[in-house]
Design a protein around this ligand. Structure first.
Ligand SMILES: Cc1ncc(C[n+]2csc(CCOP(=O)(O)OP(=O)(O)O)c2C)c(N)n1
Length: 666
């Protein structure tokens, strides 16, 4: 027997009580077990309505309960790396009544956010920042105490970073640990090891962690020592600690000159591995670490199962990372079961078109290779890897390395495509400048998630790439206006060997145009006219072309003709075309899915240099506004940004009216 439960989790007496954290802190381990079970059901029920990152949160339900039970949050700083696993944390920290607004316009963010709650001391969404931030907070605590420490009587504030094994593949985590170990700064790092990133993790670090976990004698000796330590009076704690260290050296002595784990070599006190779903194990360890007098940073290695209690079948592809909204039913034993809502996209996603176009190019040129930083599915490279497993490189969450790695490949004759989200390329900017552009190496950047991205919000919005790429000498920067143009730009990039090139395309479905089996190679730096006429010229770069065409229709309905150009290239800019259109029209608009400093700025700069502004051209640059746009549907975000058809038409009419009576006359 099954019954549909909508988005409700059923009765939650323990979770209701735990809504008061003081009460949660008084609860017994038995009660906490019930809280965890109810919290898991509540998380599933909420995400069934909103969609989102479900698997990561389900893996840390017990850890979340244990952390808030043992530590005095928000006085103690609890920092979740990435923040995508923080839904249970949000439910426990005063946001349960809004949890069904997750990722919806005006609702809770899908990540941690300082402005949302005092329980989110550091905002995130990009990975591997938590240890650095926690270390900074630990230093602030020690330099400013007791002022920021809630008064002299308050307990010394702890800084706790929870970081996944995937996020631990990024260099920044090691930079922070290296620094913390050298500073001997009191800091708690919890390594949440579920042997998963979004995709299965890659690299030697992942193999190393697996080896640590599977070393059985280590587990047994440590468990013993831990039990003893938790029951001994404080003075004896250190004696046990030494015995414990001995045990640790026995089993992991192979690492480094002095033995011990990698983390110990970095100056951390290592505890673990421990079962992250077992409150009986978690609670005493956390208490011991909380109360230890030692000033060294501590790393607790917790082993969890990503997606534990997931309502989808074990082999469902979206089980581990993100899901859309889904239907929820209760099965026989009270277990929750989900089934995705059937939805049929009208057109293939830009991501898929990119992947297929790259496969077509790679089939014709064996030098083409692809690089991703832990995002094979998000970038479509999973499809490429199926076809060309040896030519696809997942380097882990390591964007900086990905770019320089590709630069090395390009230097010695390969044709690398770095498939990366616009926001994540920000991480590798100096690598792009110093290792690629300065050496004119033909690395190709396939920049996904350009522009506003919907539910992931401002942290994932690809707002800045036009600005940060457009200022670089010797870059070719393209933006397709539909998915067929995207295929053309993949082909153009593959054919262009004189230096670095990039094409940036949005999240979501294409426009439904026919996509050629193999893209055409475009003339570098040449735009095209889509339609012509009237006093208004709209110069578009990128996927707003359809909205620009609608705007032209709105203008036509008001008797105002408009010329529409698809400029295709930010760099080299088709200034000849732009200047001609400026001369032939009274009003000129530029439209792009990016911040100021991009395409509009390049046009203005080119016009100023050509002296065409001297005679009073009415020009408006339509860009993303100079403020952050929170999560919502992409359509609503673009409406808010003033970049939908209505806003484009309005800007044209207002410009036409400015200073003359042309608009009224027309
Ligand atoms: C700099 C950066 N690159 C890529 C991502 C995309 N991303 C989000 S979560 C994630 C996997 C994180 O794995 P892990 O830290 O093990 O956490 P888990 O989801 O397994 O709990 C990735 C690659 C990101 N958030 N930030």
């Amino acid at each position: 027997m099954t019954s549909s439960v909508g988005h409700n989790s059923g009765a939650t007496p323990f979770l209701d009580r735990a809504g008061d954290l003081a009460e949660l802190r008084r609860m017994s381990a038995d009660d906490l077990r019930h809280v965890a079970d109810e919290l898991r059901r509540e998380t599933i029920a909420a995400v069934s309505g909103t969609g989102g990152h479900l698997g990561a949160g389900l893996g840390v339900v017990e850890l979340t309960v244990a952390l808030h039970h043992v530590f005095e949050t928000p006085h103690d700083r609890l920092i979740w790396d990435v923040g995508h696993q923080a839904y249970p944390h949000k439910i426990l920290t005063g946001r349960r009544d809004r949890i069904r607004t997750l990722r919806q316009g005006g609702g809770l963010s899908g990540f941690t956010k300082r402005s949302e709650s005092e329980f989110d001391p550091f905002g995130a969404a990009h990975s591997s920042t938590s240890i650095s931030a926690a270390l900074g907070m630990a230093v602030a605590r020690d330099m400013l105490a007791p002022e920021t420490n809630a008064g002299a009587d308050a307990p010394r504030r702890r800084a706790i970073a929870v970081i996944g094994d995937g996020a631990m593949s990024a260099g920044m985590a090691y930079e922070a640990m290296n620094n913390a170990g050298a500073m001997r700064q009191r800091l708690i790092v919890i390594l949440n090891d579920n042997d998963m990133s979004i995709a299965p993790p890659t690299g030697a670090m992942s193999a190393y962690l697996s080896k640590l976990i599977s070393s059985k004698p280590f587990l047994n000796l440590r468990s013993l020592a831990r039990e003893m330590a938790s029951h001994l009076p404080r003075p004896l704690y250190h004696a046990v600690e030494r015995a414990d260290e001995l045990a640790r050296g026995l089993v992991s002595g192979g690492f480094g000159a002095g033995g011990g784990t990698l983390f110990e070599q970095l100056g951390f006190y290592y505890v673990g591995p421990i079962d992250g779903h077992n409150l009986e194990h978690l609670l005493p360890v956390l208490r011991n670490v909380r109360d230890a007098a030692d000033e060294r940073p501590v790393l607790i290695h917790v082993v969890t199962q990503k997606g534990r209690g997931h309502p989808f079948p074990a082999d469902a592809a979206d089980r581990y990372h993100a899901v859309g909204s889904f239907d929820l039913v209760v099965g026989d034993a009270g277990t929750l079961k989900g089934s995705p809502k059937a939805s049929k996209p009208a057109a293939p996603s830009y991501t898929k078109v990119f992947a297929e176009a790259l496969i077509a190019e790679a089939a014709a040129d064996p030098r083409i290779v692809a690089v991703t930083a832990a995002m094979p599915t998000g970038t479509g490279l999973d499809l490429f890897a199926k076809r060309f497993p040896k030519r696809c490189f997942d380097v882990g969450i390591a964007e900086q390395h990905a770019v320089t790695f590709a630069a090395g490949m390009a230097a010695d004759g390969l044709k690398p495509f770095v498939a990366i989200y616009s926001t994540f390329l920000q991480r590798a900017y100096d690598q792009l400048v110093h290792d690629v552009m300065l050496q004119k190496l033909p690395v190709r950047f396939a920049i996904d998630r350009a522009g506003l991205v919907g539910a992931d919000g401002a942290t994932h919005a690809g707002a800045y790439d036009l600005a940060y790429l457009g200022c670089l000498p010797d870059m070719v920067v393209m933006a397709p206006s539909d998915e067929a143009e995207l295929a053309d730009m993949v082909a153009t990039s593959a054919a262009y060997d004189a230096g670095p090139s990039a094409f940036r395309f949005p999240r979501g479905e294409g426009t439904g145009v026919a996509v050629p089996e193999r893209g055409r190679v475009l003339a570098i730096g040449k735009g095209r006219i889509v339609r012509e006429g009237g006093k208004i010229a709209i110069l578009n770069l990128g996927a707003r072309l359809a909205e620009c065409a609608k705007a032209a229709d709105i203008l036509a309905a008001r008797g105002l003709g408009a010329t529409l150009a698809d400029m295709r290239f930010l760099k080299p800019l088709d200034l000849d075309l732009a200047l001609r259109l400026a001369r032939e029209h009274e009003v000129l608009l530029t439209v792009e899915e990016g911040s100021m400093g991009g395409f509009g700025a390049a046009i203005l700069h080119g016009f100023a240099s050509a002296g065409i502004l001297d005679r009073g051209l009415k020009i408006r640059t339509l860009v993303l506004p100079d403020r952050l746009i929170d999560h919502d549907t992409q359509d609503r975000q673009y409406a808010e940004a003033g970049l939908d058809a209505a806003a484009i038409a309005k800007a044209a009419i207002e410009a036409l009216g400015a200073g003359t009576s042309s608009a009224a006359r027309a």
